[in-house]
Design a protein around this ligand. Structure first.
Ligand SMILES: Cc1cc2nc3c(=O)[nH]c(=O)nc-3n(C[C@H](O)[C@H](O)[C@H](O)COP(=O)(O)OP(=O)(O)OC[C@H]3O[C@@H](n4cnc5c(N)ncnc54)[C@H](O)[C@@H]3O)c2cc1C
Length: 380
């Protein structure tokens, strides 16, 4: 191929795709695209050896089917196949009336799914330790800039770089994260209470909090939603909620730990309070809002850049839509690009069609978050 080959010429031999972000959305997109395109590279900021963590994630049938078709068998990332959700209203630390419904999906964990995806990425596709800092349209093609001074060209840049996305900052700078006034405190224990198979939700009445618990391989995962001012968040985790959007175990201070334990002691039933108290591995996520997206695609020189997953629209955890949105958007993007590759569909029109199909779902999930938060008495 000559050095002056244009993006259009290349559509017959294969689009060069750069995916930014190697968590869930990015690896899904890279694997789906790798099946049909020769030149797909995934850039992940974290070094390969970085400690990783993350908790329970519910995946709907749409996402489960996409992973199935990708050749990732469900047993690799779903270890407890219960579909049941049991909700308890808690009064004076006693679980009262129980409501049971079935979730149209299955629970996985970030750790299981991330491993199932990334172990399938060929080593020439996954480039770890590459933090993207900029994107320009120099020389006609999108040019990615990295923190280490490197650059890389691509015809299509797929930003799947999460809640604090560099892609969103570059492409859609007016959409800023806003702290919603509460925190998803998370914990993982290395024991599972006897008989725990389902997803349990405890809602202490009139207290503006919620506690969820479910089994994970080798232990239990819990999430405790509690209000906190931005100043308290900084005190708990060492930085503001919009700067430290996730607090990893090393960021969780004794103050945060004590505050969570005290709330558990005051509001949760004995068994759940004891579970919290006995948990060593703790994390947290700030609950954040953002203006709904109005677009997903941007022309960059002769190429394009897109935002997907949390990079496009971080949503509140109660919507259980974040990972689902990212996976569905990655599959839709692959469908659009495949029409371009196999049948010469116009690339800009194909990307526009993809946006048209997926934007309403992302907007709806962004808007649903505050509604659910309000219902649960959480947030400002
Ligand atoms: C408590 C809680 C419960 C949740 N429950 C659910 C649920 O039930 N169902 C559901 O669907 N979702 C759920 N979610 C949301 C889900 O976890 C996220 O939507 C999902 O992890 C987003 O994946 P992502 O790959 O788009 O982004 P992220 O997981 O944020 O990953 C972004 C990646 O990009 C990398 N990166 C960042 N910046 C750069 C850069 N400049 N250059 C290169 N790489 C970069 C990061 O290191 C990271 O690996 C929940 C979230 C929380 C906090």
């Amino acid at each position: 191929m000559s050095a002056h080959t244009t993006a259009h010429d290349r559509s017959h031999t294969g689009l060069r795709v750069a995916v930014v972000g190697g968590s869930l959305t990015g690896p899904t997109a890279a694997l789906l695209l790798h099946a049909g395109f020769d030149d797909v590279i995934l850039y992940e900021a974290a070094p390969a050896s970085a400690p990783l963590g993350g908790g329970l994630i519910g995946l709907e049938h749409s996402s489960l089917d996409i992973l199935d078709q990708l050749g990732v068998p469900q047993h690799e990332f779903v270890r407890y196949d219960s579909e049941a959700v049991l909700e308890f209203a808690v009064r004076q630390r006693r679980p009262g009336s129980k409501r049971r419904h079935l979730y149209a999906g299955r629970n996985t964990t970030w750790t299981l799914l991330h491993a199932a995806l990334t172990r399938r990425l060929p080593s020439h596709v996954l480039h770890s330790g590459k933090r993207v800092t900029g994107l320009t349209g120099e020389y006609g093609q999108p040019l990615l800039h990295f923190a280490d001074g490197d650059t890389a060209t691509a015809d299509l840049v797929v930003f799947a770089d999460g809640r604090a996305s560099t892609g969103r900052r570059l492409l859609d700078p007016h959409r800023q994260l806003r702290y919603a006034g509460y925190v998803a405190h998370r914990g993982q224990t290395s024991t599972t209470p006897p008989g725990l198979r389902d997803f349990l939700r405890f809602a202490p009445t009139h207290s503006g909090m919620q506690f969820n618990v479910a089994p994970i391989p080798g232990g239990t995962d819990w999430t405790f939603y509690l209000g906190a001012t931005a100043a308290q968040y900084s005190d708990f985790f060492g930085a503001s909620p919009t700067r430290r959007v996730f607090a990893l175990p090393q960021h969780v201070t004794d103050t945060a730990r004590a505050a969570v334990d005290a709330n558990a002691q005051q509001y949760l039933p004995d068994e759940q309070a004891a579970l919290v108290h006995a948990t060593n591995t703790r994390m947290a996520a700030a609950v954040l809002d953002i203006d709904p997206p109005t677009r997903m695609v941007w022309p960059i020189g002769t190429g394009h850049a897109v935002l997907l997953g949390d990079a496009l629209a971080p949503v509140r955890p109660h919507t259980a839509r974040g990972a689902n949105n990212g996976i569905e958007q990655a599959a839709g993007l692959t469908a659009a690009l495949t029409q371009h590759r196999k049948y010469s569909a116009d690339l800009a029109a194909a990307l526009g069609g993809w946006q048209h199909r997926h934007l309403p779902t992302a907007v709806a999930a962004v808007q649903l978050g505050p509604t659910l938060g309000h219902q649960y008495g959480l947030g400002e």
